[in-house]
Design a protein around this ligand. Structure first.
Ligand code: F6R
Length: 242
């Protein structure tokens, strides 16, 4: 992977946004892989600003979210459908019809993963996948032990991830137990990966992903199997690298 250490989240957001703007200029119906969580927020802000100031036409841009909680009521403010609408679709002015999120409702959950894979394939695959990383090294919600060949499917969140995400809910108990996530195999099919990580809390996960042994106990290490990965980190998140 190409590792770039930047000053802060805003600097990473600027760099990543520049490369996405360039992509959309050359491929107006580009397919973006969208992460949720705190990490990509500066990137989405930078992208919104650039789109507004340049008048870039994003009407044909397509997107696929990485994951979704299972079993949250429709319209729950912390469902990733709601988060993607609020943080990405609206500020960037994307066409909501072209932005997909795995279906986390219980009805039809048994075929939701296969449906999502079909939709990604029908779109021609993901051009650039934006990724954060969990403190336990997860990509999407592929927790340690996930196969590198895995495709979109239902998974159980670890206690660590549910605690990490408790800040978005009233309590850790309110964090859903299950999720539906693109697999590591799905993620590895994207043509370019941009992994963002900030702060000391991510240092161990970043070191494991970039330099650790390639192992399913360390899902982030899957990026070492991809020929085109850019890792944008601040000094704190880079502090575990040798
Ligand atoms: C989000 C996702 C997760 C997060 C990771 C880091 O769609 O799939 O892998 O990227 O949990 O979360 P933050 O950015 O909130 O630290």
């Amino acid at each position: 992977a190409e590792v770039v250490v930047v000053e802060d989240q805003d600097a990473a957001g600027e760099l990543a946004a520049d490369s996405i703007v360039a992509l959309i200029r050359s491929v107006p119906d580009a397919v973006l892989g969208l992460a949720t969580g705190s990490t990509p927020l500066a990137l989405y802000r930078a992208l919104a600003t650039k789109i507004a100031s340049t008048g870039l036409d994003v009407s044909r841009v397509r997107g696929f979210a990485l994951d979704e909680y299972v079993g949250l009521p429709a319209g729950h403010p912390e469902s990733y459908r709601s988060v993607i609408t609020r943080e990405v679709v609206e500020p960037l002015g994307l066409d909501p019809e072209r932005i997909h999120v795995p279906n986390g409702s219980l009805e039809g959950i048994e075929h939701a993963g296969a449906d999502y894979e079909k939709a990604i394939a029908a779109a021609g695959g993901v051009d650039v996948q934006i990724l954060g990383i969990g403190t336990d090294g997860h990509l999407g919600f592929n927790e340690p032990g996930s196969s590198f060949a895995s495709l979109t499917r239902v998974k159980t969140l670890t206690e660590q991830t549910r605690n990490d995400n408790a800040r978005f809910f009233d309590s850790a108990d309110d964090v859903p137990v299950h999720c539906i996530t693109q697999g590591l195999g799905t993620i590895l099919r994207a043509r370019h990966l941009i992994l963002l990580a900030f702060g000391e809390g991510k240092a161990e996960a970043v070191a494991g992903a970039v330099e650790g042994p390639v192992s399913t106990s360390n899902p982030g290490s899957a990026i070492q199997l991809h020929p085109h990965t850019t890792v944008l980190v601040d000094a704190a998140a880079a502090s575990g690298l040798r």
